[in-house]
Design a protein around this ligand. Structure first.
Ligand SMILES: [Fe+2]
Length: 281
């Protein structure tokens, strides 16, 4: 029996890029390349680097193929966080979250099978996906990066947190995250709020179609609840494609290293160690 091939994603992240996006990937955009080497700049939001028409196609394919495979990830405010408090002004809030995720760590999961059939796994594992993160962060990154897909629906959010991993040798001095936002038209807004000079004073809209955000973690941040346009809650979703990259260190083999375009070994990168599983959010 001959079955029509389902449409698939491009196999390389580079195929989604605009001329501006390609310039960044190729290390030819001095404003953006290496932007995150500046220690006062933990985060950059890029628009116009992914072709909006292609992003829209990818978003719609993702929404059809993956929507029913998602698993809710929920850590509410601890029930005893108020009743259990005995001293004034001692409240402490652990990371709270409600979002749905596609489990891409296990090949047996429904999400992985759907993502593989779609070409999502290949796209997130493509050299140019990591190459783009290396270019913007200005660092040599290790192969074997973590991948994840999230989906925010109305009221989904992530509370204040740092994404610090002090127990992991290869992450405790910092690491790089890259997110691609694919937002459906029924979404009104969602923001990332982050700290500057010790206050949650900075805000950037993340409910974009093809916007790329790159982070040098850890730093304090949170994602505001997604808000739908009036009476359009049913189809208001924001998909996020994520990669989590560890620094390549002096002892990382060249074959296990993704260099920013134009860079030669050794480049900036301070830690060596094991790979880190995805699953951070
Ligand atoms: Fe985070």
């Amino acid at each position: 029996m001959v079955r029509a091939m389902a449409p698939r994603f491009p196999t390389q992240f580079a195929d989604l890029l605009t001329p501006k996006g390609r310039r960044i990937l190729e290390g030819r955009d001095s404003e953006t390349c290496g932007a995150l080497l500046d220690p006062t700049r933990p985060f950059i939001a890029l628009q116009g680097v992914i072709d909006v028409k292609k992003a829209t196609q990818v978003r719609d394919m993702l929404d059809v193929a993956m929507r029913d495979t998602l698993v809710t990830m929920e850590d509410p405010i601890p029930e005893d966080s108020i009743s259990g408090m005995v001293e004034n002004y001692t409240e402490a809030l652990p990371k709270t979250v409600r979002v749905r995720t596609a489990l891409l760590e296990s090949r047996r999961s429904r999400s992985w099978r759907a993502a593989e059939a779609l070409g999502l796994v290949a796209l997130l594992r493509s050299d140019t996906f990591a190459g783009f993160a290396a270019a913007v962060s200005g660092r040599a990154l290790k192969r074997g990066w973590g991948i994840q897909t999230l989906c925010y629906s109305p009221g989904d959010y992530t509370g204040p947190h740092t994404d610090h991993h002090p127990e992991e040798d290869d992450a405790r001095h910092g690491y790089v995250d890259m997110h691609v936002s694919l937002t459906l038209p029924a979404v009104d807004h969602q923001y990332l709020v982050y700290a500057k000079d010790g206050h949650f004073s900075e805000l950037t809209k993340v409910s974009t179609v093809g916007g790329v955000t790159v982070y040098r973690l850890p730093f304090w941040h949170y994602t505001t609840p997604l808000v739908a346009k009036k009476a359009r809650e049913e189809t208001a979703r924001r998909w996020v494609l994520l990669g989590t990259f560890l620094d390549a260190g002096p002892k990382t083999r060249a074959s296990s290293t993704i260099l920013p375009s134009g860079a030669r070994l050794p480049v900036q990168g301070t830690t060596v160690g094991r790979g880190m599983e995805a699953g951070r959010r």
